[in-house]
Design a protein around this ligand. Structure first.
Ligand SMILES: O=P(O)(O)OC[C@H]1O[C@H](OP(=O)(O)OP(=O)(O)O)[C@H](O)[C@@H]1O
Ligand SMILES: O=c1cc[nH]c(=O)[nH]1
Ligand SMILES: [Mg+2]
Length: 212
């Protein structure tokens, strides 16, 4: 079996501080949404670290030069609905030219299996780096379903950005998709009997959108 890529935990103090505020049950819906966006901006720096650069000839006020440039039109952020949308708010500001894929999945409360209800992606996925985004990696069923669908649609350069990861979810993603690098702000202790991350932050989608 191919060895899996390592998990990157972004332990920057700003990230850890904002994550603590995010976990706090007393943080309001507005605060929660704002924090997820700010965390996306900070983690976006890490998840795009090794994207390929091209160059463009530009004129500075002094001379002309061949300057490095990201090909934003090639990059795809793939949002796992609903909660992925909170991260997209920050990432789409960071790379405005990026294409956005939407993958509708919800966890069945009893089986914890991912149920698909939507899939819309840019064309030519085989030639684009794809960054899958979802704040939570719990059992791993949702992200594995998302990656399965993206690979079936042609994607072959995929990484995953989340805020909280459970060891169980990391193990499943690394086992089923060892080629997908994981970037997270924290690895928590475990899942509880309902499949929630402990200590976690609760239900990310509900906290972000004010539902129950
Ligand atoms: O790793 P897993 O065990 O699959 O759990 C993680 C999934 O659960 C949450 O979504 P949820 O199913 O609550 O849907 P929502 O975003 O629409 O609220 C979360 O945003 C992930 O997509
Ligand atoms: O803790 C968890 C687990 C799955 N989905 C969430 O939103 N939170
Ligand atoms: Mg979901």
């Amino acid at each position: 079996m191919k060895p899996s890529l390592p998990v990157t935990v972004v332990d920057h103090p700003l990230v850890q501080h904002k994550l603590t505020l995010l976990r706090d049950r007393n943080s309001s819906t507005a605060t929660f949404r704002q924090l997820v966006k700010e965390l996306a901006l900070l983690l976006g720096y890490e998840v795009t670290r090794d994207l390929p650069l091209t160059t463009a000839r530009i004129e500075t006020p002094v001379t002309s030069m061949e300057a490095p440039r990201l090909d934003g039109k090639k990059l795809v952020f793939a949002s796992v609905l609903r909660a992925g949308e909170g991260l997209i708010a920050g990432l789409s500001e960071l790379v405005p030219a990026a294409r956005i894929a939407h993958i509708g999945l919800y966890r069945d409360h009893d089986t914890l299996e991912a149920v698909q209800y939507y899939f819309k992606v840019p064309d030519n996925l085989a030639n684009r780096p794809v960054i899958v985004v979802d704040p939570m990696l719990a059992t791993g069923n949702s992200v594995c379903a998302a990656v399965d669908l993206l690979k079936k649609a042609g994607a072959c350069n995929i990484r995953f950005l989340c805020l909280l990861a459970a060891p169980e979810g990391i193990a499943q993603l690394q086992n089923r998709h060892p080629d997908v690098a994981i970037i997270t702000a924290a690895i928590d202790e475990r899942l509880n009997e309902h499949g929630y991350i402990v200590p976690g932050l609760g239900d990310a989608g509900d906290r972000m959108f004010g539902t129950r």
